[in-house]
Design a binder for this molecule. Structure first.
Ligand code: DX5
Ligand code: ZN
Length: 220
């Protein structure tokens, strides 16, 4: 676990008509990055944000922009998301069972290389595949929608992933993120299981006070 827990508010749950206000609030609260969910209606049964929105956010905010690509063919859009202002780009192991090439392509564009696993993808399938990973994102819900309930088995998966990162000699090099159903109530347990970074949409942007929610997620 990192010495200081990182918090990544997910813009999927923000108020799109008042996005600048919402970004200001979480920025003032010390959010470490903004999580940007891209859904293609194929890999997941929903559509969400795209490059035009990312470019608008980039123009407004200097926060680190972490782009989570829930797409069937993200490799074809690496340039588009890079040019729109992504700082980090994460792709799913379900889409790239052998992820080295796409991770290298992300790195070649100067972006942080992220690999994502759905809740039913065994952690053991990561063995030997972490060399080019800077950020490992464990889904704690099936992706596609915000506001779902955290899958309790995720705690064991977080512990297992933390151990695997150590076994593969990548401790300190990989940031372990958890995404989906993170709340003010379960945040401490998720961090105790070994997560470095909490992605949270509903818990932050649907809170009465998003700024306070970010601080509480981190345990402040
Ligand atoms: C789910 C997305 C998540 C989502 C999290 O498909 O990848 O990032 O926005 O939303 P909450 O925190 O509401 O579960
Ligand atoms: Zn996400």
């Amino acid at each position: 676990m990192a010495t200081k827990a990182l918090v990544a508010p997910s813009l999927l749950a923000a108020d799109f008509l008042h996005l600048a206000d919402d970004i200001d609030k979480v920025t003032a609260a010390g959010a470490d990055m903004l999580h940007f969910d891209v859904m293609d209606a194929h890999f997941v049964p929903n559509l969400s944000l795209g490059t035009a929105m990312l470019a608008a956010v980039r123009k407004y905010s200097s926060l680190y922009l972490d782009v989570h690509l829930m797409m069937d063919n993200p490799d074809k859009y690496l340039d588009a998301f890079s040019e729109a202002g992504a700082d980090g780009i994460s792709v799913h192991l379900e889409v790239f069972p052998e992820p080295d090439a796409v991770l290298r392509a992300i790195g070649d564009r100067g972006k942080t290389r992220g690999l994502v696993l759905n809740p039913d993808m065994p952690i053991a399938s990561l063995r030997g595949k972490l060399a080019n990973v800077d950020r490992l994102l464990l889904m704690s819900v099936f992706p596609g929608f915000g506001g779902q309930k955290f899958i309790e088995e995720s705690y064991d998966r977080i512990r297992e992933a933390r151990q695997l990162i150590m076994d593969e000699g990548r401790e300190g090099a990989i940031e372990l993120q958890v995404d989906g159903g993170v709340t003010l109530e379960n945040a401490a347990s998720i961090l105790a299981a070994g997560a470095d970074c909490l992605v949270a949409g509903t818990a932050v942007f649907r809170a009465d006070d998003p700024s306070a929610a970010v601080k509480r997620l981190r345990g402040e």
